[in-house]
Design a protein around this ligand. Structure first.
Ligand code: ADP
Ligand code: ASP
Ligand code: MG
Length: 414
């Protein structure tokens, strides 16, 4: 088989752990498989490097930030390759550009365009383990780029797709994908198999165990992803195409995202083109708008409320004030709240079961948690609430939908 093994920051967080990673990769190779290993920076390193850039400049240039933060992974690949050699194995390290991981030029959130698989196959022919730096690539002009936080997951899956690997194993500090973050909710249970769609929703709603783009890519390219612990040999979670039995589970998981802020623009004219004008400056500033709600119009005017990442809220208000002052009374009619969080329930079973939203609202009401905004998709319901209740809300929804019990013992609604 051809196996890609991706090890996250905690898994390579110390020299002792790197030695264990090396042992694990070698064991896999010695079973007769070709092995490509993708590694992250040692835990805490990317944050440390980002902080250094901010000590020099409060709003640092993205291109230079990428040059700095990409070094974390460079250290890891060299050390892991050395550790494999020390154990008597053969290994070669590669930076992103050395296996031609070509990306677009969107620094700090670049997308992979292509990878040269031949260089890695050559490594296999020489009996070596290829140790590849996660998170980084190079654009057409030769600039170093990075793929966004958690981007090594995406490197792992992209390498697996390019090599047509049998599996992409994501080694991390938990035993797999859980029904909710096991570090927040002690009753969370490991999921055995989850569909790409559900995983995509959970990841985009705050479960950082897999980067969203890695799931997107796995789904598109049909790469089976196996999320498992680097500290034991337990079977983890398989992320795979949807299976019939998955529909029987109404809610597969609960996610939370604390990075939510709400902006309201009151009294905007209820006319064609107004929403487009309001969202245009935000798009130009690369501010991602999530939920959008427009009120019923009264006397030709309406209120528009939407959410943006917390870190972007002040910039968003500034842009709106300067670019469409006529629509918001030069900022007078804009208000914002950045003490919010979004809690979501996800499951493909929602397509075929009624009463899920009602049950969610009842569970929250029983705890006196007020819902500020609601949004839904076919397989997800999200609510925005006061950030101080987020952990309570996660636990109440998790146990309320029976996720603390094995799938066959969960009660379904209606
Ligand atoms: P790595 O450094 O290995 O990439 P991350 O810290 O990026 O690891 O992701 C693993 C973490 O994701 C876990 O420690 C856990 O706290 C968090 N997490 C959030 N939601 C979930 C979930 N549903 N299942 C498993 N882990 C989750
Ligand atoms: N080192 C990068 C980060 O901390 C990429 C990764 O670990 O996946 O975000
Ligand atoms: Mg990660």
């Amino acid at each position: 088989m051809l196996i890609v093994q991706k090890f996250g920051g905690t898994s390579v967080g110390t020299i002792a752990r790197m030695k264990r990673v090396a042992k694990r990769c070698l064991e896999t190779q010695r079973k007769g498989h070709d092995v490509a290993v993708v590694v992250s920076a040692m835990s805490g390193e990317t944050n440390r490097l980002l902080a250094l850039t901010r000590q020099i400049h409060e709003d640092p240039n993205d291109r230079e930030v990428d040059v700095v933060v990409a070094t974390g992974e460079q250290v890891s690949v060299g050390l892991v390759a050395l550790a494999i050699r020390k154990l008597g194995g053969k290994a070669q390290s590669f930076l992103g550009h050395q296996v031609k991981i070509t990306t677009d030029s969107a620094h700090s959130r670049a997308r992979i365009r292509s990878i040269d698989a031949e260089r890695i196959h050559q490594c296999f022919r020489e009996g070596k383990i290829a140790v590849i730096a996660g998170f980084q690539g190079m654009d057409e002009a030769g600039n170093i780029t990075t793929l966004g936080r958690g981007g090594s997951d995406t490197t792992g899956v992209a390498i697996a797709a390019a090599l047509k690997a049998d599996v992409c194993e994501i080694y991390t500090d938990v035993d797999g994908v859980y029904t909710t973050d096991p570090n927040i909710c002690p009753s969370a249970r490991k999921i055995e198999r989850i569909s790409y769609e559900e995983m995509l929703e959970l990841a985009s709603l705050g479960a950082k165990v897999l980067q969203i783009r890695s799931v997107e890519l796995g789904m598109k390219q049909g790469v089976p992803i196996h999320v498992r612990s680097s500290f034991n040999k337990n079977e983890g979670t398989w992320v795979v195409p949807e299976e019939k039995t998955m529909e029987e589970v109404v809610v597969a998981g609960v996610s939370a995202n604390r990075d939510e802020a709400k902006i309201t623009v009151r009294g905007v004219p209820d006319q064609p083109g107004v929403a487009a004008r309001i969202f245009q400056p935000l798009t130009e500033a690369s501010i991602v708008v999530d939920m959008i709600i427009q009120n019923v119009s009264e006397a030709g005017h309406t209120d528009l409320t939407f959410t943006v990442p917390k870190g972007d809220v002040k910039r968003a208000v500034e842009f709106l004030t300067t670019k469409c002052g006529d629509l918001c009374g030069n900022g007078q009619r804009i208000s914002y709240d950045d003490t919010l969080a979004k809690v979501s329930i996800v499951g493909v079973g929602m397509r075929s079961h009624a009463g899920v939203a009602l049950r969610m609202f009842e569970l929250l009401a029983k705890e006196g948690i007020n819902i500020v905004m609601i949004s839904t998709s076919e397989i997800r319901i999200s609510v925005v609430i006061d950030a101080k209740y987020v952990e309570l809300a996660v636990r109440v929804l998790h146990d309320g939908f029976g996720l603390d019990k094995p799938p066959e013992k969960r009660v379904t609604v209606a």
